[in-house]
Ligand binder design. Structure first.
Ligand SMILES: Cc1cc2nc3c(=O)[nH]c(=O)nc-3n(C[C@H](O)[C@H](O)[C@H](O)COP(=O)(O)OP(=O)(O)OC[C@H]3O[C@@H](n4cnc5c(N)ncnc54)[C@H](O)[C@@H]3O)c2cc1C
Length: 261
């Protein structure tokens, strides 16, 4: 992969999404033009954060914001802190507003259909964990551009406390006709009686979504083959299973798009 121009960005805001996940809002230099398509990724590095060979440590991150957000001068990366063994993700979680983050790109062919192309009858998004990041950028784009196409999001994660973009996605459900959301917890079972006496945030008692792996739930959730455009992002096994499900249902190969890490 040929390295594209490097853009020095300034970290202007850090949004705590979950205990392990933060969204880093990066301001672009005002005198430089950066563009990307929803779904693409950038390579990120931090000045003076070098590997043992003295080279910059670079990692791929999907752009989690919309190209429309570039008009406000920023882009966002949503990054899970890997913890033990994690190298770059741990380092960027130590960054503070005002710090420099270098990006180059955009890269990748996981792309949202352009608004100038014929639109499908619906968009279906399936994400697991931090795989929601590029899909959030795509969904924001569809909504900000006012495309009149229904959007269905199926989103799985382990615990209620792992729910990335909870406020934004719940807001779309409340305010955007045609946007539907199904969330599912891959760990835990419904509590007996359904109540969470402590009212603890992130507890199962306040959970209103489903239980089970999103891949296992899909057959109950998607029942009709349609002229849909499908975007899947998550770990390799989840992506492979989800792809197989849609293909077995009869969705054509060219309508199913995948990204994994
Ligand atoms: C196209 C693409 C887009 C990506 N987009 C995103 C994104 O939007 N957000 C994001 O958080 N990451 C994303 N990643 C993953 C990211 O590039 C890094 O791999 C990740 O942040 C770990 O880097 P690290 O330097 O901290 O860990 P490394 O030093 O690279 O790896 C250390 C160890 O952690 C393990 N590991 C790596 N990732 C995880 C994980 N998520 N959970 C548990 N263990 C892990 C590795 O297997 C390894 O054993 C993307 C990857 C690709 C290829």
């Amino acid at each position: 992969m040929a390295v594209r121009d490097v853009f020095p960005t300034t970290l202007i805001e850090i949004i705590e999404e979950t205990p392990r996940v933060r969204t880093f809002r990066l301001a672009l230099p005002p005198d430089r033009q950066f563009s990307f398509k929803a779904g693409q990724f950038v390579m990120a590095s931090i000045p003076d954060f070098l590997n043992t060979k003295g080279r910059p440590v670079r990692r791929a991150y999907s752009v989690a914001s919309s190209p429309k957000d570039l008009e406000k001068g920023y882009l966002e990366l949503t990054i899970t802190r890997v913890g033990e063994g994690g190298f770059f993700s741990n380092r960027i979680h130590e960054c503070r507003p005002g710090d420099r983050v270098l990006i180059d790109g955009p890269y990748g062919s996981f792309l949202l259909l352009g608004s100038d192309e014929p639109q499908p009858s619906r968009y279906i998004f399936v994400a697991s964990g931090s795989g929601i990041a590029p899909l959030r950028g795509m969904i924001r784009t569809i909504l900000l551009e006012g495309r009149k196409v229904p959007v269905e999001l199926f989103y799985g994660f382990r615990h209620p406390s792992d729910y990335i973009y909870e406020r934004e996605l719940s807001g779309y459900v409340a305010t955007t006709p045609g946007f539907s959301l199904v969330t599912a917890l891959s760990r835990g079972t419904p509590p007996a009686g359904g109540a969470n006496p402590s009212g603890e945030k992130g507890g199962l008692g306040r959970w209103t979504g489903l239980f089970g792996r999103i891949t296992a739930l899909l057959p109950d959730l998607v029942r009709e083959v349609s002229d849909a455009r499908i975007y899947i992002c998550g770990p390799p096994e989840m992506v492979a299973q989800t792809d197989s499900f849609f293909r077995a249902m009869g969705f054509p190969e060219e309508s199913v798009h995948k990204e994994q890490w």
